[in-house]
Each structure stands twice: as structure tokens, then as C-alpha cells.
Write a protein that binds this ligand. Structure first.
Ligand code: APR
Ligand code: PHB
Length: 411
């Protein structure tokens, strides 16, 4: 009996010891994608303690292949956090985007239509690597392979997370939890349904993408609409191409040999590009669905959402990564104001400011998607789409609207 009492007393003592050992930081960031890593680097710069907690391994995070067109404001932000050196050397500037329709290529010249602005091709994989390297140099903590991360008590002033890692359960207390854990993450799902409003549009198609060590067929990004569906030509470098074709939503990568991809892709290009196309073995092939999604607001007490956790765009305007960057720009300013003067209103303002820019990018991505894809079997919709393309091709003013959005609206 006494032995048991002693055992229990020891157990309680240990529990108390562990309680005292609860780790503390100022900001917990859930997710080490571009949004989480960018925020971490900006907080380091401001001297605000932060810990990133990520479900996957570092190798997994670094291997993900996604879009690669950066607005100048994204580049400026990466430079500000000290992660822009390689990008400045290796990024490939794009001074136009090309609309291909009825076998004719029409360049939308960016600097000419936007007072000198343009975009830069630099893979998201490289952005993530640069941010990880910067984070390592800063000496900040990233906990990879953290399972069952759970944000708790964010409706109080003492939020915390718990998670499992290396066979143990862990708790970290903080001032704010930032959900940068992507569309399928836990942060948005933790918010009570009554507190959040979501808006969604699912498109009836996907993109089949192929990466290859081949010379890009065009030095500028080509958006092609054809009777067979949409095709896109992009690049990662002067020796590495990234191409996409619109495919059925339920299509599978296994259905597409490299040869089948190249055949279909070539058939969707205007003749001059089809002739010049260099083909080769794929390094990566994947299918992604097209979706527009926004959650409102972005603040729930001491939990704030940013990046894909809060909104998703179809990839047609290349806005996903750039929107994550603009969220983080507004958010890091709000967090700084909050720690400098206890300015709670700044956290709410973050939501309002970021969402205003998000909706404009949602509109643009939806517009470019609808105009360049075959989405409807309604003959009227088809006619309108062609009229829109013909209008854009013939109107400098319409092209200016596209250019202004493509290079990125001001922050
Ligand atoms: N716990 C911890 N981490 C998680 C959890 C979870 N429950 N769920 C998801 N994550 C991690 C993912 O493994 C991923 O590394 O959160 C990260 C989210 O990264 P992204 O999906 O890349 O989202 P974000 O950083 O907002 O990216 C913005 O970049 O990746 C693109 O399509 C994305 O264009 C968008 C932009
Ligand atoms: C890409 O390079 O992967 C890319 C470019 C432009 C887009 C989407 C993706 O609109």
C-alpha cells in the first residue's frame, strides 16, 4: 500500500517536473512550407522567438515541386530576409507572358504595360531550400516529423500546441499560433465552424505537369488555349523545362507515359513552338486539381492563418506562392506591432488587409483559368471565352489589365 503511494507520489512529482519543463516561445508556426519559413525568417530578423513545427521530414519538404514565377514584391521580401542571393543570380526574368490562341502567339509585354515591372522564374523548390538554409544560419528551431500537432486554447491568452515526436508527447506554450500548414492542415480545421466562412470553386479539370532536363521551348511563359484543352510552357532554368496540359479531374499519372505526354503537349502548341519542342525523359510528373478557395477571417483569437491554409488559387496566374508572401508581409508587420505596443487591433487588421489582396488574386486566377481552359460544354460559354481571348489579343488596354495583375498588385 505504502509502496503504491510512494510510486504515485513519484509519478506526480515527475508530471510536475514535466509541467515546469513545458517549452515556451513567442510564436509557434505550424508548417515549414514557403509561408511558414518566410514568416520564421522575418521574425528572426525582428528578434521575435519562433519555433516551426512540421509534419513531414525536411527531405520531403525540400523535394516538393510546385510553381515557380515570382513577383518583384516576393523577391524583395526574400531579399529583405536574407534569402535572395541565389535567386538574384539564378532567377530568369520574364518580360512577357504569351497568350496562344488559334495558333497565334500574342505577347503581353509586362514592363511596357506596367511601368517597367516584370516577373522572375525561380522554382519554389529553390525558394524553400534558400529559406531552410537561412533558417539554419539564424539558428532557429524547426521540428520536423511532428505528428498530431494540435493547436489549443487559442481563444484564451495562453495558447499552446501539443504534438508527438520521437515517441514522446510534447507541449509548447506561446503568445500566438500561426497556421501555415497548407490547404489540408490542422489549423483551419481546429477553428469552430461557426467562426469561419469558406468560399470554394472546384474546376472540372486538373493539370498534368512534367519536368524535364530539356531546353525550354519558349523563353517566356506560354498560356495556350486549343480545342484539345489548355497547355502551358514554363521553365526552371535555361536547361530545364516545366510543361503542363489540362487533363480530366480523375486522370492518373500512370495513364501518361512520357511519350504520351509529349505527343499531346505538342498537339496543343502553335506550329512554330511544336516544331521547336525538345523532348526528353521526365524528372517528375504529377497531376494537381484546380481549385479556388478562401477562408474568412484569418484571425481567431490567438490563432492566425496564412498561405494555402487560408486560400488556394488555380495555378493559371502563378499566384499561390506570391499570395503566401503577401500574407506574410502583412502578418509579420502585425506581429511586430503586437509585440512592440500590445497592438491587438493590428492582428485583426492583418486579416482585412491580406484578404483584400487575396480576393483580387482569386479574381485574376479565375479569370485567366476560365479564359484559357476548356471548362464547359455549354456552347454559349465557349463563344464568350473565344470572344474574350479575341478581345484581349486585339486590345492593349485588356492586355494592360492582365499585365498589371500578373506582375502583382501593390502591397
Ligand atoms: N502539422 C504540421 N505541419 C503540417 C500539417 C500538420 N497537421 N499539415 C500540413 N503541414 C505542413 C505540410 O507538410 C507543408 O510542409 O505544412 C506545410 C504547408 O506548406 P504548403 O502546402 O507549401 O503551404 P504554404 O507554405 O502556404 O505555401 C504557399 O506555396 O506550396 C505552395 O501551393 C502552395 O503556392 C502555395 C504556396
Ligand atoms: C510553373 O513554372 O510551374 C508555372 C508557371 C506559370 C503558371 C503556373 C506554373 O501560371
Amino acid at each position: 500500500m505504502n509502496k503504491n503511494k510512494d510510486k504515485n507520489r513519484d509519478k506526480n512529482k515527475n508530471r510536475d517536473k514535466n509541467k515546469n519543463k513545458t517549452q515556451r516561445t513567442q510564436i509557434i508556426i505550424i508548417g515549414a512550407g514557403p509561408a511558414g519559413l518566410m514568416l520564421g525568417c522575418l521574425l528572426d530578423l525582428a528578434g521575435i522567438d519562433n519555433i516551426i513545427v512540421e509534419r513531414q521530414s525536411k527531405a520531403y519538404v525540400l523535394a516538393r515541386i510546385r510553381a515557380g514565377i515570382l513577383e518583384q514584391t516576393t523577391i524583395d521580401l526574400l531579399c529583405e530576409m536574407g534569402a535572395g542571393e541565389r535567386l538574384k543570380k539564378e532567377g530568369v526574368p520574364h518580360h512577357a507572358l504569351i497568350l496562344a490562341h488559334r495558333n497565334i502567339c500574342t505577347p503581353v509585354r509586362l514592363p511596357e504595360l506596367t511601368n517597367g515591372k516584370f516577373v522572375t522564374a525561380y522554382g519554389q523548390t529553390e525558394v524553400t531550400k534558400d529559406l531552410c538554409d537561412k533558417r539554419a544560419a539564424n539558428g532557429s528551431q524547426t521540428l520536423y516529423q511532428a505528428e498530431n500537432v494540435t493547436p489549443c486554447d487559442f481563444d484564451t491568452t495562453q495558447p499552446y500546441i501539443h504534438f508527438e515526436k520521437d515517441g514522446g508527447t510534447h507541449k509548447i506554450a506561446c503568445e500566438l499560433i500561426i497556421g501555415c500548414d497548407g490547404f489540408h492542415g490542422i489549423s483551419r480545421q481546429s477553428v469552430p465552424q461557426a467562426a469561419i466562412q469558406t468560399y470554394e470553386k472546384i474546376y472540372p479539370v486538373g493539370w498534368l505537369g512534367l519536368l524535364s532536363e530539356t531546353k525550354p521551348v519558349s523563353l517566356e511563359v506560354v498560356y495556350a488555349n486549343t480545342p484539345r484543352g489548355f497547355a502551358l510552357c514554363s521553365m526552371r532554368s535555361h536547361t530545364r523545362s516545366r510543361y503542363y496540359i489540362q487533363c480530366a479531374l480523375n486522370d492518373r499519372v500512370e495513364n501518361w507515359s512520357d511519350d504520351a505526354f509529349w505527343d499531346e503537349f505538342r498537339r496543343r502548341l502553335p506550329p512554330n513552338l511544336a516544331e521547336a519542342l525538345e523532348t526528353g525523359p521526365s524528372i517528375e510528373k504529377s497531376i494537381a486539381p484546380l481549385r479556388s478557395f478562401v477562408a474568412e477571417p484569418l484571425r481567431f483569437g490567438r490563432l492566425l492563418l496564412a498561405g494555402d491554409a487560408a486560400h488556394v488559387v488555380p495555378p493559371t496566374g502563378a499566384k499561390g506562392l506570391n499570395l503566401a508572401a503577401s500574407d506574410i508581409y502583412y502578418l509579420h508587420q502585425a506581429i511586430r506591432a503586437y509585440f512592440a505596443d500590445g497592438d491587438e487591433a493590428a492582428l485583426t487588421d492583418y486579416s482585412t488587409k491580406a484578404l483584400a489582396r487575396v480576393w483580387k488574386a482569386e479574381r485574376f486566377s479565375w479569370y485567366l483559368t476560365t479564359m484559357t481552359h476548356n471548362l464547359s460544354d455549354n456552347a454559349f460559354d465557349e463563344k464568350i471565352k473565344h470572344a474574350e481571348l479575341d478581345y484581349v489579343i486585339s486590345s492593349k488596354i485588356a492586355q494592360q489589365v492582365i499585365a498589371e495583375n500578373y506582375v502583382g498588385l501593390p502591397l
